[in-house]
Design a binder for this molecule. Structure first.
Ligand SMILES: Nc1nc2c(ncn2[C@@H]2O[C@H](COP(=O)(O)OP(=O)(O)OP(=O)(O)O)[C@@H](O)[C@H]2O)c(=O)[nH]1
Ligand SMILES: [Mg+2]
Length: 338
């Protein structure tokens, strides 16, 4: 069961859910009823989602662009400032033909909330560390967040290798291994790459394939949840929301509700990687065109679900870990329950 991170002003709390059936939806606090009631648990061949992580300017977006051919920096302001501000999205086909979504996050500390919104539903992390700078504050912070979220699959892209020599590369590699040791990504492969020369990119792709093959299949308990990470209006279509789909599938024409507002609406159309689909699968990046709701009624953090399956609440019992900003997660012995 994936924990949920609440962001507060100076620290993060990951709530580890106390039983299989209870899920706290980001920013909402929604309680899912007793597990297994009225639905058959089953497992399905999944789509996978990878999230980038790493310090500002370490080359995350450039790497995503060379791997996928899609520029994840889509805002004018991002182009002007030469940095990622909000989440970016891309996808690629791995050598086996498996399609994988990539969520590209900003590295600047001012946009850490956007980073948190992006890594909630990922299967594996692509931690990008520039070889010339090595481990930096947001490398540590992003790593600590991945650790709190129990992201156990990941690979380190040690990028910008065209700027350093072999001796330096070895020193940085040792430093990274040390940083990874106390985290869920301990022992993760470190692959030297350069987005400029193309060095190491085939090895990186092969390794991503390997860790996704090993990862657990996505759960389908017929209780789909889509934490919204983007809302926009498309001329001629209306309101569209996007997110990573968890725990079930959505179908065109299905009635859904948006929480916590409890707005009833219907799915007019569904897209994954810009292709129309009839059914959106758990683990996939999904864009949902919703009927009869306005863009201004919705915001990031709202959750699309099946009517009456999730109940918004402000209280949730659970166990958590506390992480002070720019430090490693601090765990109370046996975890703290609130
Ligand atoms: N020499 C060299 N420069 C690179 C490489 N990859 C990226 N860069 C440069 O590093 C700078 C930052 O790259 P970005 O991809 O924007 O970095 P980022 O990690 O996405 O930055 P934020 O999203 O703002 O955190 C840009 O000027 C890139 O051209 C590389 O492999 N080699
Ligand atoms: Mg970027």
């Amino acid at each position: 069961m994936r924990p949920v991170v609440y962001t507060m002003s100076r620290y993060y709390v990951a709530l580890i859910t106390p039983s299989e059936g209870n899920v706290v939806a980001p920013l909402v606090g929604a309680r899912l009823g007793v597990p297994g009631w009225g639905c058959q648990a089953n497992w399905c061949i999944d789509m996978s989602c990878i999230g980038t992580a790493g310090h500002v300017d370490h080359g995350k977006s450039t790497l995503v662009k060379v791997l996928t051919g899609i520029d994840p920096d889509r805002l004018v302001e991002e182009k002007e400032r030469g940095m990622t501000i909000d989440l970016g999205f891309a996808w690629l086909k791995l050598p086996s033909g498996r399609e994988v979504s990539i969520v590209d996050v900003p590295g600047h500390e001012s946009f850490i909330k956007n980073m948190l919104a992006g890594v909630g539903g990922i299967d594996a992390a692509l931690l990008v560390i520039a070889a010339d700078e090595g481990v930096m504050p947001q490398t540590r912070e992003h790593l600590a967040i991945l650790d709190l979220l129990r992201v156990r699959r990941g690979v380190v892209a040690l990028t910008k290798t065209d700027l350093v020599d072999e001796e330096w590369l070895e020193l940085v590699r040792e430093e990274i291994e040390e940083q990874l040791k106390p985290t869920t990504l301990a022992g993760a492969a470190i692959i030297p790459v350069s987005a400029y020369t193309g060095q190491g990119l085939p090895e990186l792709l092969a390794h991503l394939e390997h860790i996704l093959d090993e990862s657990q299949e996505r759960q389908n308990i017929a209780r789909p949840r889509l934490p919204i990470d983007r809302v926009f209006t498309m001329t001629g279509f209306g309101t569209v929301v996007t997110g990573t789909l968890l725990d079930g599938s959505f179908t065109i024409g299905q009635e859904v509700e948006v929480l916590p507002q409890r707005l009833r609406t219907r799915i007019r159309s569904l897209q994954t990687h810009r292709h129309q689909v009839e059914v959106a699968q758990p683990g996939s990046r999904v864009a949902i065109n919703l009927t009869n709701v306005s863009r201004t009624d919705l915001q990031r953090g709202n959750v699309v679900a099946i009517p009456k399956q999730l109940h918004p609440t402000l209280l949730q019992r659970g166990c958590g870990s506390l992480m002070w900003k720019n430090s490693s997660p601090v765990r109370a012995p046996g975890r703290s329950c609130v």
